[in-house]
Design a protein around this ligand. Structure first.
Ligand code: G6P
Ligand code: MG
Length: 221
């Protein structure tokens, strides 16, 4: 690949473990509606927009929901989710993530968030990264959510870098699909690690620093 100029990070499940709170909130809704919903079902909810998740839940139920019912259900889910986020604090940002971000930045790389979430800015503020990133592209400024590449292409535009100079870090298959469709390098972590779509697989965030050094052939720190 070309010289790496930027990283675009997914938020939920990558920078912070809010994927568990998403699962719990969808599970509460499913229980209220009498719909069976497992952690396995939740895998397909990673990375995709709230309304797409609601469409998937409706499909699992096999029932017909009106547009208004779906909107009301998704709003209710978000209320549960926001309540679960109340306890989020800077302590939820792992030292491995923060140290790696700082090292990448010190090495001259641009850093962005590319998330489908409309709660992204709220979450970033809660974990102490409110003003940290060079760009934040999230569910509030995109028309199509992952696996569409829009969120990552917009983030790269905001950073003024080419897709081929950008690495996306993702924990969702939909996110890896979006990164590849954008023409970017796809780095998988966590839940997406076994996907064949990944160009790079990391167990720990800190591995990103060595990766960039190899490609750019210079010390990042
Ligand atoms: C992330 C999560 C998804 C979630 C989406 C929208 O991509 O991985 O599970 O559905 O954001 O989140 P929101 O906070 O807007 O409901
Ligand atoms: Mg994610």
């Amino acid at each position: 690949m070309e010289v790496v100029k930027a990283f675009i990070f997914d938020l939920d499940g990558v920078l912070v473990s809010t994927d568990e709170q998403h699962y719990k909130a969808w599970k509460s809704l499913a229980d209220c509606l009498g719909i069976p919903f497992s952690r396995k079902d939740n895998e397909a909810f990673r990375g995709v927009s709230r309304m797409s998740c609601m469409d998937k839940l409706a499909a699992i139920s096999g029932r017909q929901f009106t547009k208004q019912e779906k909107t009301d259900c998704a709003t209710w889910k978000n209320e549960q989710y926001r309540r679960l986020l109340d306890s989020l604090s800077p302590a939820d940002l792992s030292p491995d993530v923060k140290t790696t971000l700082d090292m990448l930045r010190a090495g001259g790389l641009l850093l962005a968030v590319g998330s489908s979430s409309k709660n992204a800015r709220y979450i970033l503020a809660r974990i102490g990264l409110g003003d940290y990133f060079d760009a934040v592209c999230d569910g509030t400024n995109i028309a199509k959510s992952k696996p569409d590449p829009e969120v990552f292409l917009k983030a790269a535009q905001m950073l003024k870098v080419l897709p081929s100079q950008s690495i996306v870090v993702e924990d969702a298959v939909a996110g890896l699909q979006a990164a590849k469709a954008a023409g970017m390098t796809a780095c998988a972590i966590g839940g997406a690690i076994s996907s064949p779509l990944a160009d790079i697989r990391i167990k720990y965030f800190s591995e990103l620093v060595q990766y960039v050094e190899r490609i750019n052939d210079e010390k990042v720190f």
